[in-house]
Write a protein that binds this ligand. Structure first.
Ligand code: PPE
Length: 307
């Protein structure tokens, strides 16, 4: 998934040329992963581009930052405005927004107290995270041999840069083994989430997703899908489940800002249901697409117009 460069990136309050948005090699965040980030989608609607649940993403960015003692010098509303400016400055109709804030350069050593904080917001086009075919027909996943990072070691529920080594190891292993993506179990052996997605399971007409205390990222797409499901009369139960339950599921799907709603057609070489996206997955996927493209007025407050 190559990034198509755009014109401008927001850095510490100003829009600067794409090429100049570089970081110093001695940045603390680079060495120790002491940063936080977000992934947000902007969608084309009938009127103008709109960012999906922008405020919630910037609130989560601040929450992640607080968890690691990083103080972002820009409040949520300033970051929201900046994200819109980046979309507009690059003439994007739709795309992916990547805010990131991290400890910069000062001394050496792992303690970043009093280090400068650098904040960037980039935006660029992004197609289907797990491929067009994946979104349409479903993807093939396996259970990672890597466990989801424990909340007792790093804050698993915050979107912290360093924690993504866990995701990177899992997704590399999945690709090396010929799968599209991995699902990770937590330290207790319960299903946690994908390398960059939350997971849902449909079985006997009931929908389940692991609870937040399974050590997952509190996904904003997860939250959205749970609300959409409830409004469609489908109750989503938050409960832990084990690996073998995935094998007996009628339907499985991933959710994420990048992945949106992606059906899973195979897990650990076992076909999920009849191997095609099931009715609940399709219903939620369709409703999600309707909502993000502004075709469902009920959820208009989830879309923040960029102009
Ligand atoms: N779990 C993880 C570990 C995760 O990284 C994401 C987002 C989610 C769940 C879903 O959260 P939400 O986007 O709020 O619904 N993963 C980002 C992609 C990671 C990447 O950089 O690649 C994303 O979807 O933006």
């Amino acid at each position: 998934m190559l990034i198509q460069p755009t014109e401008k990136i927001w850095k510490n309050g100003e829009l600067i040329p794409w090429k100049e948005a570089t970081v110093h090699v001695l940045s603390h965040g680079l060495h120790y992963g002491t940063g936080v980030f977000e992934g947000i989608r902007c969608y084309e609607t009938q009127t103008e581009p709109a960012i999906f649940r922008l405020k919630e993403h910037m609130i989560r960015l601040h929450a992640s930052a607080k968890t690691i003692n990083l103080s972002i010098p820009y409040p949520v509303d300033v970051l929201c405005r900046a994200a819109k400016d980046v979309i507009n400055a690059n003439g994007l109709k739709a795309g992916y927004i990547r805010p990131i804030s991290f400890f910069g350069v000062s001394g050496i050593g792992v303690n970043p107290f009093d280090y400068p904080v650098e904040t960037f917001i980039a935006a660029f086009s992004l197609g289907a995270y797990l491929g067009e075919k994946g979104v349409r027909d479903g993807i093939r996943i396996h259970t990672s041999s890597w466990r989801r990072i424990s909340s007792t070691a790093v804050p698993a529920t915050a979107k912290v840069c360093g924690s993504y080594l866990n995701s990177a190891l899992a997704v590399m292993e999945a690709k090396q083994n010929g799968f599209d993506e991995a699902v990770l179990l937590n330290d207790e052996g319960m299903v946690a989430e994908g390398s960059g997605e939350n997971i849902f399971m449909v079985r006997d007409g009931r929908v389940f997703t692991p609870p937040l205390n399974a050590g997952i990222l509190p996904g904003i797409t997860r939250d959205s899908v749970m609300i959409l499901a409830t409004d469609l009369g489908i109750t989503v139960e938050e409960r832990n489940f084990v690996r073998s339950e995935l094998y007996l599921a009628d339907e499985l799907f991933f959710t994420g800002s990048a992945a949106e709603v992606t059906p899973i057609k195979e897990v650990d070489r076992r076909q999920v249901g009849d191997g095609r996206p099931g009715p609940v997955t399709k219903k939620l996927q369709t409703r999600f697409q309707e909502v993000v493209s502004g075709k469902n007025g009920k959820y208009a407050s989830w879309l923040d117009p960029v102009r």
